[in-house]
Design a protein around this ligand. Sequence first.
Ligand code: PLP
Length: 404
Amino acid sequence: MQINTFNCPQPDEKGYFGEYGGSFIPPELQIIMDEITSSYEAIRKDPAFIDELTDLYQHYVGRPTPIFHAKNLSKAYGAEIYLKREDLNHTGAHKINHCLGEALLAKKMGKRKILAETGAGQHGVALATAAALIGLECDIYMGEVDMRKEHPNVVRMQILGANVIPVTHGRKTLKEAVDSAFEGYMKDPVTQLYAIGSVVGPHPFPMMVRDFQSIVGNEAKSQLQGMIDALPDNIVACVGGGSNAIGIFTAFLQDDSVTLYGVEPSGHDINVPGEHAATMSKGVPGVMHGFKSYMLADEQGEPGQVYSVASGLDYPSVGPQHSYLKDIDRVNYRAIDDKEAIDAFFELSRLEGIIPAIESAHAIAYAKKLAKEQGGKSILINLSGRGDKDIDFIMETYGQEYGL
Ligand SMILES: *Cc1c(COP(=O)(O)O)cnc(C)c1O
């Protein structure tokens, strides 16, 4: 097992993948960002750092995660379906892969604290976990509305020793939490590290988070070689900010026989602004949160309102490398709506005994469509997380519909 940071396309010196990425931040913060870049450039080549992270992946997270040949689902859908089981990681999703990397980097840089915003609390819990393990203070900014909705995650973060800071202005959700976390960071960017939760934000974060997540595809490639002695015909992953997707795609970008699909949420209605988060289908290139990428903007050019039944997918932009991969036609971006995702959530639960995160269910739902079109070919799905966090919501909202 190794962290493959070199055998994949690197952004240019300023962090651009084609015309996307870069760094659009105040000059005083750029100084700090440059320090983060040079520290990261140094440790990514440092065998001691790689050993430490690899050891944690193995003995703390539980890597390598298995690949499971889902035979019942394969039969039902009409293709050979393989699941990369990121749901089996400690804390139940892929996010721990980059949170540990960021926390270790913070420690090496002599930072005292890591901070971030969180929407549904998944990134907050993964980061609070890494902070507890590595020995760092941790501030998590969270909208008051989200805190009420996602109470169990708030409690988890508090038990893990993080400060959960309620954000009480505006709509009191993720967008406001991003602003507050940024303000908190700017108060003291020297002793704190802003640990971004996906392949988004200014350079070097899209590259760095991608590198930490590339373990997923590297493992999958060698595991499949052992199982079927071949590359998969297709790979499917859901896209919020894009970290789990780029994590599994990276090892296969040079393999032209492998068709890649990123699946974004069309929510209630892809034709009504505010009722979906289908950035690639409906967005335009622009700058937000410190980087250039496709985005869903409102009339003022500000981040637009977005919606998805999966709170991990309702982000109005997408990592810059994804925008580049869309423009060069290497990755196909498709949309799945709430209903299709919930159907797939129940199908995987009942056919394989695996309850997926609603985010991951979007990838399952797209694999079903793909199987119908192609028949028989192999599909590797990144099962980004487990669905335990979603069960109360599913029961309340969809229970009756599904006869519960
Ligand atoms: C956060 C999350 C996502 C979306 O984030 P990406 O950066 O797009 O991967 C997807 N699945 C799960 C389970 C998540 O927790």
